[in-house]
Design a protein around this ligand. Structure first.
Ligand SMILES: [Zn+2]
Ligand SMILES: [Zn+2]
Ligand SMILES: [Zn+2]
Length: 176
């Protein structure tokens, strides 16, 4: 699959800084551990990574328009991405695969949902409405960002961001 992130790009930097300014927030909050992170006006912008999701994963994700669509600017801190602290790890509730964000570029922004882009098992590909598998549609998708788009379920015809599921639904803390 292709990673079409615009890492280190000036438009991305301006988008993040103007979104934070519009919400009067010089800081952001990690989705997974709720720690507060400062945002810098130069790269690396944050000690973690920003990403956009069509779903608001927490109240700390900021609504913004990106390429004409409503998205939520979200953040995961470096410790949670790398899973270095043992109590920071999360795993899939269905297949127990640990989520691993260590390959993501730090300090920049992904324009898609980083959790949806790394689905581990068939539970993650089920329709949010009828719960039937959307496997035949996902096999054709060439880009990570394709998993963040709304698609129509071929079984029940409901259109939704079927692969962008709530974190509480997909993940549990991996407590050793
Ligand atoms: Zn964190
Ligand atoms: Zn899984
Ligand atoms: Zn369906």
């Amino acid at each position: 699959m292709e990673d079409e992130g615009n890492h280190g790009n000036d438009d991305t930097r301006c988008f993040i800084l103007s979104t934070l300014a519009a919400h009067n927030s010089p800081r952001v909050v990690c989705l997974l551990c709720s720690s507060t992170l400062p945002v810098y006006d130069r790269y690396p912008l944050v000690d973690g990574t920003f990403f956009l999701s069509p779903r608001q994963h927490s109240k700390h994700c900021f609504e913004a328009k990106y390429e004409g669509k409503t998205q939520y600017l979200s953040v995961v801190c470096m410790d949670c991405l790398e899973g270095t602290a043992p109590n920071r790890r999360i795993k899939c509730r269905f297949c127990a695969t640990p989520w691993d964000g260590s390959s993501l570029v730090l300090g920049t922004m992904y324009s898609y949902d980083i959790f949806a882009a790394q689905a581990c098992c068939t539970e993650r590909y089920k329709c949010n409405n009828c719960q039937k598998s959307l496997a035949s549609s996902f096999q054709k998708m060439p880009f990570y960002s394709d998993y963040s788009h709304d698609i129509m379920c071929s079984q029940c015809t409901v259109q939704d961001f079927h692969f962008v599921k709530s974190l509480a639904f997909c993940f549990a803390r991996d407590i050793p």
